[in-house]
Design a protein around this ligand. Sequence first.
Ligand code: ZN
Length: 515
Amino acid sequence: MPDPLAALRDRLAEVSDLQRAAAVLEWDQETYMPPGAAEARAHQVATLRRLAHERFTDEAVGAWLDRAEADTEADEALLRVTRRDYARATLLPSGWVAAFATAKGHAMEAWKKARETAPPGSRPGQAFAHFAPHLQRILDLSVEKAERTMPLLQDERGADYAPGDDARYDALLDEYEPGATTAQVAAVFADLRAELVPLVEAIAARPQLDDAVVHGPFPEDAQWAFGLEVAQAFGYDLRHGRQDRSAHPFTTTFATTDVRITTRLDPDFFPTAFYGTLHEAGHALYEQGVDPAYDRTPLADGTSLGMHESQSRLWENQVGRSRAFWRYWFADAQARFPEALANADAEAMYRAVNRVAPSLIRVEADELTYHLHVLLRFEIERALVAGDLAVADVPAAWNEKMAAYLGLTPPSDADGCLQDIHWSLGALGYFPTYTLGTLISAQLAEAAARDLGRLDALFERGAFRPLLDWLRAHVHRWGRAKSAAEILDAVTGGGLDAAPWLAYARAKYGALYGL
Ligand code: ZN
């Protein structure tokens, strides 16, 4: 009889190949594919994903998992992670999987159409009404998913785990942030809200920072080259990566030896492409740094979306929006953009890229108000999933919270409750990971500074490698072999904590705005 662990590894490698091949097709779809090929491509991707799902949820995999024994710590991690993935995947019947895929396809089309029919000045809820039945379908199927996967959480977390009304949202959140609970996320947001709302108000009462320097002209070729130069200085390895253009920036991994990023260019506004590149490069550094021995196994991935986002935010914000960063890079930027930056200096650049102003669109928000956008989405999703908010009432709830947290009213649903793609993708429970990642990024930066000394002193002389090496050792190389909680505990001696990020935010923006 063949060794069950060897048989399992062979099967996991095959499943990984199918999934990664689908990812190549999806990357092409977002970058180079002619638009007329959309339908053919959708079939190709669906076939590969279905085959991967069938090969993984095969009963033979369950039998190998039952009989396999670990010889090494790496085997142990592989079996632990795979058993959990298998349990989760087999709790969802193939009928549900097919229904969810179909619902997502329809929701995506309806979402795009609804956005087009939402011109500024249209009544709130008017355009959303076209999308509402699809969101209802996604919500119903998500509730079904949550109820089917809830027993897994109860088993793992034991008798003390009593989530009450949040049992379903916990189950959805767990897919993206294993181990996190709705109650924990709510407590974190309560801390953030208590500090951020008054901080943003105090900033609004101060003279605004001048950001004229980042408003064009920035020739696209020079933007492209400069972004990649900085990404490479961070350690992004172009022998194992590349950058392309897409409508929405993303990072995708085909192997630890092939991790790609995309960005978009705006010739009149510097931060769009530059911080897009740094953000995605942060994600890519994580994926390039996973132990290559994990390739073609479920361990070759980020351990949670929060941990993943901590890497992108760390490089984008803690590094790329620091004064020390601009002291080092400004001369280079000025040489590349002589027209826009002729009369500027590093300090002007630092101030311009850190301007705080409430805005309608999450992906364009500054470092502080960003979390109020996420809070609003978390509260709406939590209420939807618990059955406390009807889908039809989403636009009103959205606009009410926008007014309360940011003092703004969306001129249309397209700039309000229809702005994000996540619900069309069936990704309820995803949004909180953006904020968790930001908090983790500050915890990691603090821990790294304890080992490396002041990070600013390193950045100011262009030394980015020590931080990367530290992240490689403590975060990246583990892939999914360690959970986010284990990584945090190992480097901070504790769990998720909002205090380091709040201290960072108060110090940085207090000084910038003279509070
Ligand atoms: Zn990200």
